[in-house]
Design a protein around this ligand. Structure first.
Ligand code: ATR
Length: 461
């Protein structure tokens, strides 16, 4: 069996093994894909992997540029970009390639978008931005603007694009298009000066990556109105704030998951000298979708907004919504008040456990779901374990005064009927720590509208 793999630091959370293993299985190719954490001595590690017979390697941060001096040869396009993400075994050493740009191209094409003669924007000036800029150049964009917080880095990419265009060798640019096309660098602070519209944009900054999910590199809606199509290189979270801002302004936006998929497909094709059929690529994409967490569980005190947020969130995520109280009411054919009055609290609590246990035993939910759980449900330790098994636990936190304001006048809250303020105070102090300790994510809802809370929830997965 031939060995392939990924070198980098860190490599632990990589989705590459899943993609490569799925393709190998579907094509009945006997090969393994391993993760190699390289902490020091990159040259020595490469030599060893070569001697051990590795057929090819992917390269990730922080080695995409650093690896170049250790290679036997580098593809001219990868050399102009200055970054290599794929190594293929050759006689006496590895040859370096960059499949990131093919990955981005294929992700854009798949959306029916053509780059030729279009105005294109690159946000950021790191390695991913550089690859995107070179892709736009090679595909004959009408204009390329590189926008970055530090202007000097954007200028460096712009001047590298211009020089590779001039000598026409480096970038793999076929020279069909008369030079000059417009290539510019713009500081982020001057984004208001951007003219024109209908841009294709690729977001390559690290802003918006988990856990920084509430930020986008540009907030101004006027900017988004100038776009026609956008790719966010980020895929975790699955929906970023940048994508939400695009969509809110009528701009189609995709995340970086298909880029990731296609760069792996190209590496696979290069290594194994095969063409991966579309049906196999689709299988690999489904495997990626299945691997990510899909269910959101909303916990919190009565009045935290679990149901109203949950219903809207499920709509936005196009998935199902369920509420443990409703599941219990349906199961018993009685209201919560009736169950409490007739059978007592202990009976109700056991029903809660039964319901979450059953949900946790379904291995996965078609298309994911949002589950709102009763306020007291997380108090039981076994219930908390079931919730963790079901999905990502999100605590909708609110201050005591906010909660009191929200639950006033509600009739279906058996534990709060008498002396609401006092009971709420007691329960609040008893349960607050439980919610906090058992949550994967906390959303403070006091100063948010329902819609703002929903948007925040959408960025969690
Ligand atoms: P890559 O992973 O693609 O190699 P990188 O080298 O980590 O990317 O670069 C991160 C990019 O995100 C840079 O363009 C960086 O801007 P600077 O060059 O000005 O540092 C950008 N970036 C990171 N944090 C940012 C922030 N808070 N605001 C704006 N841009 C930011």
């Amino acid at each position: 069996m031939e060995t392939y793999g990924l070198i980098g630091n860190p490599v632990g959370h990589s989705l590459s093994p899943l993609i490569h293993d799925t393709i190998s299985r579907e094509l009945s190719i006997d090969s393994e894909y391993r993760l190699f954490l390289i902490e020091r001595d990159l040259g020595g590690a490469l030599k060893r992997l070569y001697e051990e017979g590795a057929g090819g390697l992917n390269v990730t941060v922080p080695y995409k540029s650093e690896v170049i001096p250790y290679l036997k040869g580098v593809d001219p396009l990868a050399l102009s970009i200055g970054a290599v993400n794929t190594l293929k075994r050759a006689k006496d050493g590895f040859i370096g390639y960059n499949t990131d740009i093919e990955g981005l191209l294929r992700a854009i094409r798949e959306e029916g978008v053509s780059i030729r003669d279009r105005e294109c924007l690159v946000l950021g000036a790191g390695g991913a931005a550089r690859a995107a800029a070179f892709l736009f150049l090679r595909e004959g964009a009408g204009g390329i603007t590189i926008i970055n917080r530090s202007l000097d880095k954007a200028e460096r990419i712009a001047s590298d694009l211009i020089s590779s265009l001039k000598d026409k060798k480096g970038a793999g640019f076929e020279g069909e298009k008369p030079w000059p096309i417009r290539i510019e660098a713009l500081p982020l602070s001057d984004i208001g000066k951007l003219e024109g519209k209908g841009y294709i944009a690729v977001q390559c900054t690290s802003v918006g990556l988990k856990p920084d999910i509430d930020r986008a590199v540009i907030e101004d809606p006027e900017f988004y109105k100038k776009l026609s199509f956008a790719v966010d290189a980020v895929y975790s979270p699955f929906v970023t704030r940048f994508m939400q801002l695009c969509r809110d302004n009528g701009v189609r936006a995709i995340n970086g998951l298909s880029m990731l998929l296609y760069q792996a497909v190209y590496a696979y094709e290069l290594w194994h000298e095969v063409l991966v059929p579309a049906a196999v690529i689709e299988k690999a994409y489904q495997a990626l979708l299945n691997a990510r967490p899909k269910n959101i569980i909303l916990t919190g005190f009565m009045g935290a907004g679990k149901s109203s947020v949950g219903i809207r969130l499920a709509e936005r995520l196009s998935c199902g919504f369920a509420d443990t109280d409703e599941l219990i009411v349906k199961r018993e054919g009685k209201s919560i008040n009736e169950i409490f009055a007739e059978k007592g609290e202990a009976y109700f609590r056991d029903l809660e456990t039964l319901v979450v246990k059953e949900l946790s035993e379904k291995s996965r939910f078609e298309g994911g779901m949002v589950l709102s759980v009763g306020g007291g449900l997380p108090v039981r330790e076994s219930n908390r374990a079931y919730l963790k098994k079901i999905g990502t636990v999100v605590y909708l936190r609110a201050r005591e005064d906010t909660l009191l304001e929200r639950v006033k006048g509600s009739s279906d809250r058996p534990l709060l009927k008498e002396d609401m303020e006092k009971r709420l105070h007691e329960l609040y102090n008893k349960r607050r720590g439980v919610y906090e300790d058992s949550a994967d994510v906390v959303i403070d809802t006091d100063d948010l509208t329902l819609e703002e809370t929903v948007l925040k929830g959408e960025r969690i997965l």
